[in-house]
Design a protein around this ligand. Structure first.
Ligand code: AMP
Length: 443
């Protein structure tokens, strides 16, 4: 099937050719004709399948061919995160080039006045996170009586993030006569309920099995002790083409910074990206990664959904995700739109059972990869110097390797390694968690 048979207008077909899309993806083949005909849609599709274009292209087409009333907004697209919303807006601006349609991005962390100014001037398409959308509505800055199409993107994520009551409120205040398009990676009971309440005989499309990982991603696990993770990561990075973008996922924001700083210290161009950074800093980090100025983006799960950076060829799960579902989204940052990619997940001894549950979820065995790190790179055996008084011992403790070399601070292990005490006797003060004591200085 070609784009010509989807029913899109000539100018959009031309834009698509210029962008370089040759064939519509499965979701685009199924969704575009239905949306153009005005039908509601309940689509179960993963990120990376081309789902944004599947709703954005027909929306642009419909709006360019229908009359505006007093420059009131005619479409709303809701997304769970600022980054995803920004990306959707980027795509729409690209698809709407030459049509004269205008957009506004309503997300938290951006200056309200510039958003208000745009709304006042008149926009056709609002792209928003639910919270800021309600906020603007309550300030009386938006008139929504002319909304013809509403999209709820990544509905399952909205549910996880607790946005469903906001989404519900927004849907309830929109005109009844409208088209509602619901996209979700999984269709949970609550999403089905929203669909029954707000959609009229929706066309149901399922593009992939639930929680299926894309076949274009070469998936591996590496069994590694926490203490050796950074060394193994550097080994992987050193063997990966040096100009190819890589995303590294950590579970905790604190560790994102630690891992980023460690990479920078070892000469890698890395940027951190997580929810505790200001919106400005997040935009800068993402832009620099997109432009290729930094090769590695170290991030928490904030970026797992939706972030679309073309050409990411490697994803490293420095930590196994807390929720197995996030694994699918994390590794979905690579192997997008038919390209191939590699995903490597670090698994510690205590996470083996979790790995089995993950493999059960994705219905796939993830093959283990052996990575040799040089003997001198291996985590040192830790010896603590003797001291009479516990409190003094902690202050003056030095870490020696088994060959009696005192470690520099940046070589300190990042997690509890073996502690060699005095024969069989290990004094209580040595049973401290080195991670909690040392992570501020770890390399
Ligand atoms: P999405 O699933 O919307 O996040 O899209 C993933 C990526 O696929 C984005 O980089 C799109 O630009 C790209 N894309 C969307 N549709 C097509 C297509 N028909 N051919 C090639 N790439 C596409």
């Amino acid at each position: 099937m070609s784009f010509e048979t989807t029913g899109l207008s000539k100018n959009l077909l031309k834009t698509i050719r210029e962008i370089g899309y040759v064939f519509p993806t499965s979701i685009q083949q199924e969704a575009i004709p239905e949306i153009l005909q005005g039908r509601d849609l309940l689509a179960c599709a993963q990120t990376g399948t081309g789902k944004t274009a599947s709703f954005a292209l027909p929306i642009v087409d419909i709006l360019q061919n229908t009359r505006k009333r007093n420059r009131l907004p005619r479409a709303i697209i809701m997304a769970p995160t600022r980054e995803l919303a920004a990306q959707v807006e980027e795509n729409i601006i690209q698809y709407a080039g030459g049509t004269g349609l205008s957009t506004v991005l309503l997300v938290g962390g951006e200056i309200v006045t510039s958003q208000e100014r745009k709304l006042k001037k008149g926009v056709d398409i609002i792209i928003a996170t639910p919270g800021r959308l309600i906020d603007m509505f309550e300030r009386g800055r938006m008139v929504l009586i002319d909304i013809k199409i509403v999209v709820i993107d990544e509905a399952d994520r909205m549910l996880d993030m607790g946005f469903m009551p906001d989404v519900d409120r927004i849907l309830a205040m929109l005109p009844k006569l409208r088209q509602t398009l619901l996209f979700s990676a999984t269709i949970a009971k609550e999403i089905q309920q929203i669909s029954s309440q707000y959609q009229l005989n929706p066309k149901q499309i399922t593009i992939t099995r639930q929680a299926k990982t894309a076949d274009t991603i070469d998936q591996h696990v590496i069994h590694v002790d926490t203490i050796n993770k950074r060394k193994v990561m550097r080994k992987i990075l050193s063997e990966h083409p040096s100009n190819e973008p890589t995303i590294v996922f950590c579970n905790r924001k604190r560790d994102v910074d630690i891992v980023m700083r460690s990479l920078v210290r070892h000469g890698y161009a890395a940027q951190a990206f997580h929810g505790d950074m200001s919106q400005h800093a997040r935009n800068d980090a993402l832009d620099s990664f997109k432009r290729g100025e930094s090769r590695i983006l170290v991030t928490s799960d904030v970026a797992a959904r939706g972030i679309d950076v073309s050409g990411v060829t490697l994803v490293i799960n420095f930590d196994m995700p807390v929720n197995n579902e996030d694994y699918v989204h994390r590794i979905g940052r690579t192997g997008r739109a038919g390209n191939t990619g590699k995903a490597i997940t670090f698994v510690t001894k205590s996470e083996k059972a979790k790995l089995s549950r993950l493999e059960h979820l994705i219905k796939k065995t993830i093959s283990p990869l052996m990575v040799e790190i040089a003997e001198e790179e291996k985590a040192p055996v830790v010896v603590k110097e003797r001291s009479q008084r516990p409190e003094r011992a902690e202050r003056s403790s030095r870490i020696r390797t088994s060959n009696n070399r005192i470690l520099k601070e940046e070589e300190f292990p990042s997690n509890s390694g073996p502690i060699i005490g005095f024969g069989d006797f290990i004094p209580a003060f040595m049973l401290i968690d080195p991670y909690s004591k040392m992570n501020a200085t770890t390399a």
